[in-house]
Design a binder for this molecule. Structure first.
Ligand code: F6P
Length: 544
């Protein structure tokens, strides 16, 4: 039976239609003054407040019944022990096993893979420590000062996001990221670097991604302007991270410079593997392991906490309520800390590449909504950009506000006076975060009496009733970042279980890759254009 025909789904639909869906958040809060305690969960250094959603105990009970009906606990067990949950590719999705060395003993395949994970982490540690100590030298004998990660999607966004978030930690080498196929980033960056002291990391799970390989070829050409002995070039200036040692070798990367991961690590779930190499370069292996520990804390919570107290389960179910029963089709990710600048892009890939599907595990088209459109920006900047739509547009949007409670990094910067002004800025960020979620929730009711007269105009009307979650992290650290990302991974899985879709494949991106190859052949080799549509033909003719 399709899930939207099931009794649990139908019961929720009836609840929504009974007036629950249209009840204003202001009324929910008036009726239940203890909502903050009732609808919040804390795990170690992470606190989730989900009270600003249009839910009550009856809605939550209905959602938990839906989760039980869908076999949520069994699916979680299947995921973390290494069962084949990615059925279209016949693979497990064992990203949590990468965090397993840090926690309680794993079971199933998750336990069996621990020795190979350990062995790759040990190899990675040796290379990381050598580079950080200044002992990895370029062709002329000078220590490496700049490391360029060449990768795209999951082989770029995780390390980019985390190294930016943990920027306060001083890395002994400068880190750079290039991803885009058009060559702008590579060209701009290479103009500022020195061949003698630059090391490239080719990060690609498949080692076939043209975006990455074309940037890598450009990097190789640039090195060859200065280095004639290609053996030296490959051994001293390239490291490869991939599941394909054969392809790395073919490209010229020697075995000792290869870091491996496995098919059972999805690209967008891979920053916990050797794909996290730049993270380890930035914060050291100790910091890298702290990130894994944080994720492991969330894994254990996800695997063992009762569904009603399980943070990823609750977050996923509340999203399902918003999407499928309140008809909200967009989600904003709003971090109130500029160190989390790349977090929205990271979650865009994680969530939309996972759940942007319309066919269920049986291959049937689903007759209900799945993944919403997700986007975001550093909150205080977005307030001066797209928040207008959140407050007064015609779209219902749900939001996740994310902010650290303390800025322990500020203390290290400077003297007391400057700290005071920075601390003030942090409190301003927190105040803005809380003010925005409050106004989105209450609308006009948030306007204080003293200002009511000046807001007496249809243009100054705030409908409110926009739901949101607020996630507080004690501080922004490798550990809390690990917890946060693992939370979103698991909540994405929870949603996929309800929607009966496979979140671990990405067939949607494959056709575009193939067609781009064919199009490139015509563009570069003057092949006939007749097989293309009129618009594409005209565009190609203009270029030619
Ligand atoms: O195009 C999407 C994708 O397949 C992502 O899933 C993946 O993270 C990215 O490409 C990069 O792939 P690879 O690591 O194999 O180069």
């Amino acid at each position: 039976m399709v899930v939207n025909q099931s009794s649990a789904w139908q019961a929720l639909m009836a609840l929504a239609e009974s007036g629950v869906a249209t009840k204003h958040l202001q009324d929910w809060f008036q009726a239940q003054p203890d909502r903050a305690e009732r609808y919040s969960i804390e795990l170690d250094e992470l606190y989730l407040d989900y009270s600003k959603n249009r839910i009550d105990d009856q809605v939550l009970d209905g959602l938990l019944a839906l989760a039980e009906q869908q076999g949520m606990a069994q699916w979680i067990e299947r995921l973390v022990t290494g069962d084949i949950v990615n059925d279209t590719e016949a693979r497990p999705a064992l990203h949590s096993a990468l965090r397993g060395l840090q926690g309680a003993p794993a079971s199933g395949l998750a336990a069996k893979v621990q020795p190979e994970i350990e062995s790759q982490f040990n190899k990675m540690a040796k290379i990381v420590n050598k580079i950080r100590a200044g002992h990895w030298r370029g062709y002329s004998g000078k220590p490496i000062t700049d490391v360029v990660n060449i990768g795209v999607g999951g082989s770029d966004l995780g390390p980019l996001m985390v190294t930016h978030a943990l920027q306060v930690q001083q890395s002994p080498v400068r880190l750079h990221f290039v991803s885009s196929i058009d060559g702008t980033q590579t060209s701009n960056l290479l103009n500022t670097l020195n061949q003698e002291t630059t090391l490239f990391v080719l990060a690609s799970k498949s080692f076939t991604t043209i975006d990455t390989l074309s940037n890598a070829e450009t990097a190789k050409d640039w090195l060859e302007e200065r280095i004639e002995r290609s053996g030296t070039l490959m051994a001293q200036h390239f490291i490869g991270v991939s599941t394909r040692p054969d392809k790395m070798l073919e490209w010229g990367i020697p075995e000792e410079n290869q870091l491996l991961f496995w098919e059972w690590v999805g690209g967008r779930y891979s920053m916990w593997s050797a794909i996290g190499f730049p993270i380890a370069l930035k914060v050291g292996m100790k910091g890298f392991y702290q990130m894994l520990e944080g994720a492991n804390l969330m894994d254990e919570h996800f695997a063992t906490a009762p569904l009603a107290e399980n943070i990823p389960v609750i977050m996923g179910l509340v999203d399902v309520w918003n999407i499928n029963f309140l008809n909200i089709n967009a989600k904003a990710i709003l971090p109130y800390d500029a160190r989390l600048k790349y977090l929205p892009s990271y979650f865009e890939q994680l969530v939309m590449e996972s759940n942007g599907k319309s066919v269920n595990r049986n291959g049937d088209k689903v007759p209900y909504k799945t993944c919403p459109i997700l986007w975001g920006e550093v909150g205080p900047n977005a307030q001066h950009a797209f928040y207008q739509l959140l407050h007064q547009g015609t779209q219902a949007v749900m939001s996740d506000f994310i902010v650290p409670v303390e800025r322990d990094d500020f203390e290290r910067y400077s003297g007391a006076d400057k700290d005071a002004s920075l601390l003030k800025q942090h409190h301003l960020a927190l105040a803005n975060c809380f003010a925005q979620s409050r106004v989105l929730m209450l609308g006009d009711a948030a306007i204080p009496d003293s200002l009511k007269a000046s807001f007496n105009s249809p243009y100054k009307h705030y409908e409110g009733n926009q739901p949101s979650n607020t996630i507080l992290l004690k501080t922004l650290s490798a550990k809390t970042l690990g917890m946060l990302v693992a939370l979103y991974e698991h909540k994405t899985f929870v949603e996929s279980v309800v929607w009966e879709i496979n979140p671990f494949d990405q067939w949607g991106v494959e056709l575009g890759k193939l067609i781009a190859k064919e199009t490139y052949a015509c563009l570069a080799e003057d092949a006939p254009l007749a097989s293309f549509d009129a618009s594409t033909q005209a565009l190609m003719k203009r270029v030619k």
